[in-house]
Design a protein around this ligand. Sequence first.
Ligand code: BMA
Length: 333
Amino acid sequence: MTKTINVLSLPNIPWQDKKDNSEIMWRYDRNPIIKRNQLKCSNSIFNSAVVPFTADNKSKFAGVFRVDDKRRSMQLHAGFSDDAINWTLNEERIEWLSEDKETAEAHPWQYGYDPRVVWIEDRYWVTWCNAYGWKPTIGVGYTYDFKTFFQCENAFLPFNRNGVLFPRKINGKYVMFSRPSDSGHTPFGDIYISQSPDMKYWGEHRHVMAPGSGWESKKIGAGPIPIETSEGWLCIYHGVLESCNGFVYSIGAAILDIEKPWKVKYRCSEYLLSPQELYECVGDVPNVCFPCAALCDGDTGRIAIYYGCADTHVGLAFAELEPLIQYIKNNSV
Ligand code: BMA
């Protein structure tokens, strides 16, 4: 029996039983949970990250949301929820403060997208795709309360995307996935790991996975924060296929070694969720399921996955730890 490790008990995460027993990952039947026009300024709200957050002494939720505004500028907004389904987002984008003048001067805000959020040690760390000289790389920042946000130095040089932190240090170092890319819509991409003693200087880069077959043959990128289990790190990620009609983004999963997370133990050969519903196939960018966050209840192994739908709205899907792990192992490449 697979056990979660260092995963909080979260009995109040969203949940809905599956209707079809054969499904490994299934959709919330009221998707999308966040619609594109929820804010006055929003053209679209998608690819967003949520975490458990205590407010008024109650176990609630907070997050960082990708909001593309009506100028079609990509922005990050904070949001809050009691049940992790109904979200209130701030109308104003996050204004990042810098710890020092030099960092502030180096990082005038241009755009930010595809955030991830994780609690490590004493604060919530945020990573996102940050413009540096209008070129995408991995931005890093933190908050204690989702009101004040501090920006640090970018982790990497452009071009890079999909920076995703592990939820704890491994062998004394912070660990982050990333996906070196190009300036455009990147027709390639492998997942790498980098390590850091201090969240500022990143090195000891290791290759994790290259694109695979079919559904993930074009490029891959890390998704939610990895979930620690007795079988290894459970990593839900996106894989991209190029069809005659453009890119198709689906959701897959792999299990990585706990001590050396660049070592892939199992990698599911099949996608777990692919764009099939209208809200995943029709929108600003058709045929996109892009996972950026997962809430896991350490007691039951229930997992709620948050994913961007067609670069337009936010959807919710579910999985159970044990069947998911077994499925990955049984269908491993
Ligand atoms: C990627 C990023 C994502 C987006 C995806 C599909 O390169 O821009 O934010 O969801 O493309 O358009």
